[in-house]
Design a protein around this ligand. Structure first.
Ligand code: ATP
Ligand code: MG
Length: 420
């Protein structure tokens, strides 16, 4: 009989590495939770049309990477490839933007699915923590989000990441640039698919990773030279606020990002220890997205950080997160009677808010103490028949090795006292 394996391009999170993933999600969301962002959760799938319109018909995500399915009832659904379109859809549906409290600030955490060529740092199922600030045009909001992501990465101990920043212009100036770029690109030596891209989404060509393409782009017209005064002033303000906050960034006029909905501010967090999958997170302003999915005009900005790649970045920098042991007390019963009594003590400890675990399965002292060690517990409780006859349990401090007999009835209180 063959055993099953995780589907291609996916992997399981198992202890102990899974604890790092939880800690990363926690660290990325902490600055958001402390800054007025409320938690939002949306379904793992949506009507395929939401992404087709919201992410863009011509994007790689929609044309190549989306998992689509037809339900038994005939609905066309897609596993979500990203978070922004869903979050905006949900916010509109719940009328959050009408509560007179703009911007609507939301954060989320979850699984995303893209049918990609699996490789290091690129999976078909991956995990993001994201943030969206909906309904307000204010450079301070763009700056806030970049600062909070920077703070999150720093709190994890990451150092070798960089922030790339650009402005994509708005509906006034971008079309003018788009045409100038198209005129330039049409004269280059490019393959059929890229030529098609010139007509559908020329900015995306700037994002082409191939060296022979990049070589030809050196003299491409620069978006910066086409930005209208309003976009220029907005971008300068974002840059000034970041600088004032002490957040370093690099201007990257080639940064266009893979989604159609971005306007003005766009940014990417890249890590220098990850090889070609170097983007650990990215985001930007999407002033037109709400209208694209049938909502009112709601200028917004957001980002999504990849949890998987952030963990890889930690590993690349050899950062060991300081994860406290999850168990404080480990109970080792020797014999049937002790099993009943100590299990009772463990339950009592847990009710008192003390993390406790138990040597299940009637194991011998040696094996059980090994598990106690592995659990990282500060204290073990050991009891055999003789202890019970005397009404005590042996309390061992795993750090000092000291052991003393404690009256059974006082064990929980004594532990609570010692653990503070
Ligand atoms: P890339 O250019 O590497 O394909 P992207 O621009 O498609 O990235 P976004 O849509 O901006 O990525 O998603 C935000 C973050 O989510 C990325 O910076 C990355 O950390 C993570 N991410 C995206 N796709 C994947 C994937 N297939 N596997 C793992 N992480 C991913
Ligand atoms: Mg991608």
């Amino acid at each position: 009989m063959s055993t099953f394996q995780a589907p291609k391009g996916t992997y399981d999170l198992t202890p102990p590495r899974s604890a790092t993933f939880l800690a990363v999600r926690e660290a990325i969301s902490a600055p958001l939770r402390d800054s007025g962002y409320g938690y939002i959760e949306t379904p793992g799938f949506e009507n395929v049309e939401l992404f087709a319109r919201g992410v863009g018909e011509s994007t790689d995500i929609v044309t190549k990477e989306m998992y689509t399915l037809t339900t038994k009832g005939g609905d066309q659904l897609a596993l979500r490839p990203e978070g922004t379109a869903s979050v905006l859809r949900a916010a509109l549906e719940a009328n959050l933007h009408k509560a007179g409290n703009l911007p609507v600030k939301l954060w989320y955490s979850g699984s995303y699915y893209r049918y990609e060529r699996p490789q290091a740092g690129r999976y078909r199922h991956f995990s993001q923590v994201g943030a969206e600030a909906i309904g307000t045009e204010d450079p301070a909001l763009d700056a806030e989000l970049i600062i909070l992501a920077d703070q999150a990465y720093r709190s994890l101990g990451l150092r070798r990441f960089r922030i790339l920043l650009n402005s994509l212009g708005d509906k006034e100036c971008r079309p003018v640039y788009r045409e100038a770029l198209q005129t330039f690109l049409r004269d280059l030596d490019l393959d059929e698919e890229t030529r098609r891209r010139i007509e559908i989404n020329p900015l995306r060509v700037l994002d082409d990773k191939r060296a022979d393409v990049q070589k030809q782009l050196t003299d491409a017209p620069k978006l910066r030279d086409y930005l209208c005064d309003a976009c220029k002033a907005y971008h300068e303000e974002v840059r000034a606020l970041l600088t004032a906050a002490g957040v370093a960034f690099e201007d990257d006029e080639k940064l266009v990002r893979g989604l159609d909905y971005y306007t003005r501010t766009t940014f990417e967090f890249v890590h220098d220890g990850l090889g070609s999958q170097s983007a650990v997170g990215g985001g930007g302003r999407y002033d037109g997205l709400s209208e694209m999915i049938g909502g009112p005009e709601l200028p917004s900005v957001g980002w999504a950080l990849g949890v998987d790649r952030t963990v890889l970045a930690l590993e690349a920098e050899s950062v060991e997160l300081d994860l406290p042991a999850t168990t404080s007390v480990y109970a080792v019963p020797l014999g049937e009677e002790a099993r009943r009594v100590l299990f009772g003590v463990v339950t009592e400890l847990r009710l008192a808010g003390i993390a406790a675990d138990f040597a299940f399965g009637g194991r011998g002292l040696k094996g059980a103490m090994k598990s106690a060690n592995r659990s990282g517990a500060r204290y073990t409780l050991v009891a055999g028949e003789r202890d019970l006859a005397e009404g005590v349990v042996q309390l061992k401090d795993m750090e000092s090795g000291e052991q003393s007999a404690v009256p059974l009835a006082e064990a929980a209180a004594e532990l609570a006292k010692r653990l503070g």
